[in-house]
Design a protein. Structure first.
Length: 111
């Protein structure tokens, strides 16, 4: 019984740390491809497909830390990223990704 509860709790916490498909946040267009949605599986760009793994909630923030693995046309690579959310001065929810391309990227709502 304890194992079932622990497994269920772990699954719920894992889902809570995944990007919400309902929020429909996208990686901005890079000029080669349209804005690409971020899903629980990962995201795509013009030249690569990246998976999101090992989500960890960032203490005290509405953000999650991920291990990212990308497979591209030219090479494969790994890095860590944070996807976070905040409200702007008008109360609109905004999202960002830190670690992709070395600095912060403002995410946009998917069309």
């Amino acid at each position: 019984m304890k194992l079932v509860v622990a497994t269920t709790l772990a699954a719920v916490l894992n889902l809570a740390a995944q990007p919400s498909n309902a929020q429909q946040w996208c990686i901005p267009s890079d000029g080669c491809s349209p804005p690409e949605p971020i899903t629980a599986e990962g995201f795509r760009t013009c030249e690569e497909t990246c998976s999101l793994r090992n989500p960890e909630a960032v203490r005290g923030m509405d953000a999650t830390l991920y291990d990212v693995s990308c497979q591209g046309d030219a090479l494969n690579y790994d890095y860590r990223t944070i996807i976070g959310f905040y409200s702007d001065e008008q109360g609109n929810q905004r999202a960002f990704m830190v670690g992709r391309n070395g600095g912060p990227t403002e995410l946009e709502r998917c069309p």
